[in-house]
Design a protein around this ligand. Sequence first.
Ligand SMILES: C[S@@+](CC[C@H](N)C(=O)[O-])C[C@H]1O[C@@H](n2cnc3c(N)ncnc32)[C@H](O)[C@@H]1O
Length: 198
Amino acid sequence: MENPLYTAAYLAQIADRQTALRAQTEAYLTGLETCVLEIGCGHGHFLTDYAAAHLAKTCIGLDIIFERIERANRKKNRARLTNLHFLHASAEDFLAMLPTTLRFSEVFVLFPDPWPKRRHHKNRLMQPEFLANLAQRAGQGTRLYFRTDDTAYSTATTEVVQAHPAWEITTDPWAFECETVFQQRAPSYHSLVARPKH
Ligand SMILES: C[S@@+](CC[C@H](N)C(=O)[O-])C[C@H]1O[C@@H](n2cnc3c(N)ncnc32)[C@H](O)[C@@H]1O
């Protein structure tokens, strides 16, 4: 059911953002069948290295902080990578405006904000609704790679994935190692790899 707090003006703002994103990405999303997605890419260290090592894959990194995307784009331009795109966008807006034919081959969620206070847990990315949205863009070979240094968030994510009708945890190895900014600062971390059940 629609949230009654969503006013018409608020919904119009969301629609405008998604229309702008569609226009911004049209050139490389039109006709694209699969891509690699990183949500919360920060300054783009991981995805720039990943794209350089996988030139045949189109890689898209999202972050809601504009300055981080600017830095990521500088890194991409220095590396002269044409298979890499960084976007100033939330995962929610991006998923909502994607062409329905596009599938993710890999999705990386690396050190997402842990929102440690119980009353803020609802802000965490790894929630059943988000996993359901991702599953709509997942094919048989899709893998979701999640890494965090927050033990409570790791445990909660394991539980959410285990209980989810569309995803299951796999013992597949981590796809690609490259330290992110937050990984460099973390004394230790937990990793989870999931695949769609279908
Ligand atoms: C803790 S930082 C980790 C950055 C990077 N992955 C790393 O490991 O260094 C989390 C990032 O996720 C971004 N973020 C938070 N919510 C997001 C959302 N809904 N969609 C896209 N990015 C988001 C934040 O702006 C921030 O840059």
